[in-house]
Design a protein around this ligand. Structure first.
Ligand code: PMP
Length: 361
């Protein structure tokens, strides 16, 4: 048996994959696969509408927020968020706490003035408290990344700011309850917690729609996407279908509150082993903002003993635990514990970590 600890594309619930398999050749009694279905057909319309309705229910999304399904991934939204929202003042605040928010800020700088709210951090292992932030009173929005997937840094608070909050939740979407009304725009690429790569969810307050820069490509234009019910062009139909099944799975497993409980329990198991290893395992992230989704750690010392890390990865792989290698920019190990990873699977990793510690301390 293989346990997939990948950072994304990542593990999907087995029940969902089995349902996809069962219906692959005959989707909802249509006699054809969802992949062969017209995106204008009533059969497909039902799939997309149900997915959006279930998402609205899961997050209790207020009526004055639109849900858009787009292509282009998180990177597409680095551009889209700026193109659609920066125009009202021409400037935006960026809270850069890791690789992904840094990339978003760089992209936005092509379309307006970007104010870096924080001094450049020596390492991405912290979220400076809001009292230290230098916000621009003229900012059209304040942007941050709720969970930095590469470094394993997750916000433990929702910023309180005047300008609309724009947040990248690609790697912790639907892993805990959120108050949507605190945000101007929330977005998430699907390939970590909610489905296959190719579809991106955007939740945007309706009064923020329609202020896009003139150069905005139609495909990234929130107003056009909204007017066309996310069917401006052919959407990633298969991805949206699978995502809809994942939403049903989350509903059947305690909703986002259930996911939150599971995530806390799972990540705590791994962090406890790290903390009780006398420095054998080392996580560089400040405790308060340790990610429940991506647990990065080094083995042997704070900078990592590469030989030991190699051995650990080989042992893990021999036991079927795969994709545990840290991001190429930081090295070491990264265990991603997204919604689909079970408690039992996490315990299996914990057992390996304990054994490895005992044999190599
Ligand atoms: N934001 C976050 C938090 C991510 O983890 C990623 C991808 N790993 C992205 C954005 C970029 O997403 P994509 O590859 O879909 O463009």
């Amino acid at each position: 048996m293989v346990i997939n600890f990948a950072a994304g594309p990542a593990k999907l619930p087995e029940e969902v994959l089995k349902e996809v398999q069962t219906n692959l050749l005959n989707c909802n009694g249509s006699g054809i696969s969802v992949m062969e279905m017209s995106h204008r057909s009533s059969n497909y319309a039902k799939i997309q509408e149900t997915a959006i309705a279930d998402l609205r229910e899961l997050l209790n999304i207020p009526q004055n927020y639109k849900v858009l399904l787009m292509q282009g991934g998180g990177t597409g939204q680095f551009a889209a968020s700026a193109l659609n929202l920066i125009g009202s003042t021409g400037t935006a605040d960026y809270v850069i706490t890791g690789s992904w928010s840094a990339k978003a800020a760089k992209e936005a700088a092509q379309y307006g003035k970007v104010n870096a709210v924080l001094p450049k951090l020596a390492s991405y292992t912290t979220v400076p408290r809001q009292s230290t932030w230098k916000l621009d009173p003229n900012a059209a929005y304040v942007y941050y990344c709720d969970n930095e997937t590469v470094e394993g840094v997750e916000f433990d608070f929702v910023p309180e700011v005047k300008a609309p909050l724009v947040v990248d939740m690609s790697s912790n979407f639907l892993s805990r309850p959120i108050d949507v009304s605190k945000f101007g725009m929330i977005y998430a690429g699907a390939q970590k917690n909610i489905g296959p790569a190719g579809v991106t969810v955007i939740i945007v307050r309706e009064d923020l729609i329609g202020k896009h820069l003139k150069v905005t490509p139609s495909i990234l234009n929130f107003e056009l996407m909204d007017k066309n019910n996310s069917l401006l062009n052919t959407p990633p139909t298969f991805g949206i279908y699978v995502m809809g099944l994942v939403f049903k799975w989350i509903k059947a497993n305690g909703g986002v509150a259930g996911m939150s409980q599971r995530s806390k329990a799972k990540s705590q198991i791994i962090y406890n082993i790290i903390d009780q290893s006398n420095g054998f395992y080392y996580c560089p992230v400040e405790r308060q903002v340790r990610s429940r989704m991506n647990v990065p750690f080094r083995i042997g010392s704070s900078t990592g003993n590469e030989q030991l890390e190699k051995e650990f990865l080989a042992k893990a792989e021999a036991e079927g635990m795969i994709q545990l290698k840290g991001h190429r920019s930081v090295g070491g190990i990264r265990a991603s514990l997204y919604n689909a990873i079970t408690l039992e699977e996490t315990q299996k990793l914990a057992k390996l970590m304990l054994e490895f510690y005992e044999n190599n301390k």
